[in-house]
Write a protein that binds this ligand. Structure first.
Ligand code: SAM
Length: 212
């Protein structure tokens, strides 16, 4: 009896995958993916300000191809190592420059203009939760990245508000971005307003190239 009951509730792995994939827009990463797909092209120069486990660096490196370039920063050597290994396996090392330093130093390493940048804030999943981005360093590096951004270039900032200090960082970034001149930048914020457990927020900044 027990065996037949068990059999009835077994769901094949392949179907579990399909059930989980029913919706296309269920978090800010799905919006990030759409924006990367639409606005990052072959030959582009991009920045990943927080390399972490390398997911964003890989997406960008795939999109820019061998004629493009992705600069990736992380203060944790382990993040750089993990990502280097993934990039090597995917044959994406050629177009990637990984830098084990703070994104507040973008201006010291990047001597060209950027088409696209992403800052996926917070801590490295699966590692030290106390090593996180902070409001002041995040704003400093966004400001420097704005200075490197081409006309119509885009910066995405994904802000996690559930961990200690996360909400304060989110508020500081929102305050900073809200005060930027609308003649120079188009800026919007996206959030999944009916979800529980503090879902992350996404900011998108487009450089309009205007003068105030
Ligand atoms: C949420 S994770 C990034 C996730 C990553 N983009 C991915 O796709 O896996 C945040 C990362 O920011 C890094 N970080 C924190 N402060 C930093 C700083 N000042 N400069 C560069 N990276 C920093 C952390 O070490 C951590 O790896």
């Amino acid at each position: 009896m027990e065996i037949s009951y068990r059999k009835r509730i077994e769901i094949p792995e392949s179907i579990i995958g399909e059930l989980l994939m029913k919706d296309n827009l269920n978090n800010v990463i799905s919006i990030e993916d759409i924006l990367i797909d639409k606005f990052v092209h072959s030959g582009y120069v991009c920045l990943d300000g927080t390399v972490g486990n390398g997911n964003d660096t890989i997406k960008l490196a795939q999109k820019v191809g061998k004629n493009g370039k992705v600069y990736g920063f992380d203060i944790q050597e382990i993040a750089i190592e993990i990502t280097k290994e993934k990039l090597a396996k995917a044959d994406l090392l050629l177009q990637t420059i990984l830098i084990n330093d703070s994104h507040t130093n973008v201006d010291k390493y990047i001597k060209e203009t950027l088409d696209f940048a992403i800052f996926n804030l917070g801590y490295l999943p699966g590692s030290h939760k106390e090593i996180t981005t902070t409001a002041s360093t995040t704003i400093e590096s966004i400001e420097k990245t704005l200075g490197l951004l081409k006309e119509n270039g885009i910066i995405l900032v994904i802000s996690y508000i559930g961990h200690s200090g996360g909400f304060e960082e989110y508020q500081s970034v929102q305050n900073y971005l809200s005060a930027l001149d609308q003649k120079k930048y188009n800026i919007f914020e996206a959030s999944f307003i009916n979800q529980i457990n503090n879902p992350p927020r996404l900011f998108c900044i487009e450089n309009r190239g205007g003068k105030s």
